[in-house]
Write a protein that binds this ligand. Structure first.
Ligand code: ZN
Length: 175
């Protein structure tokens, strides 16, 4: 972590930059998947450690699994989400339930590797290059508070841009 939701901020920012080629839903799936590791360890041993999935090698597994499973899971979640919205809400917050293979791949890729990069700044037990090296080059480069603020700012930026894009779309439709 920084607790899973913080990771969604950078995901929203990437979605705002490449809306058609990046699946935020698959990105979110990869965040939940990778954080099953500390949650699982916490439940079993009481210690939320990050030894395997929170490495770039482990992230490769998370990337592949999220690419493969995140697409059907994401399309299912989007259908539920769209069905749950009122027509007025759907104009602003509804999203096409089909996720392209490419968008799933970029969502899973950015999700898995950015997660390890971000977490390796704040968790001393993470060895991002294990099993090849014990180096922790990014540990503490910024404080946890700064890191979390950066995630929140990225999220606010992403949501603002996505809302702006949707507003443009709705305006174009009305013409
Ligand atoms: Zn994590």
């Amino acid at each position: 972590m920084p607790i899973t939701p913080f990771h969604l901020g950078p995901g929203a920012a990437v979605k705002a930059i490449a809306p058609r080629h990046f699946s935020f839903t698959v990105f979110a799936f990869s965040q939940a998947l990778i954080d099953l590791e500390p949650i699982g360890f916490f439940l079993v041993t009481g210690d939320p450690v990050h030894p395997y999935l929170h490495t770039y090698t482990g992230a490769t597994l998370v990337f592949l699994a999220s690419w493969w499973l995140g697409r059907p899971a994401g399309e299912w979640a989007l259908r539920l989400w769209n069905a749950w919205l009122s027509p007025a809400q759907a104009r602003w917050m509804g999203y096409e339930a089909r996720i392209s293979r490419l968008a799933a791949a970029t969502g899973a890729f950015v999700g898995a590797y950015s997660h390890v990069a971000i977490d390796s700044v704040m968790h001393g037990d993470i060895r991002p290059f294990a099993p090849f090296s014990d180096a922790r080059p990014w540990l503490g480069v910024v404080s946890v508070e700064t890191l979390q603020w950066l995630c929140v700012i990225a999220g606010v930026f992403g949501i603002a841009v996505l809302m702006f894009l949707r507003w443009q779309e709705l305006k174009a439709k009305r013409r």
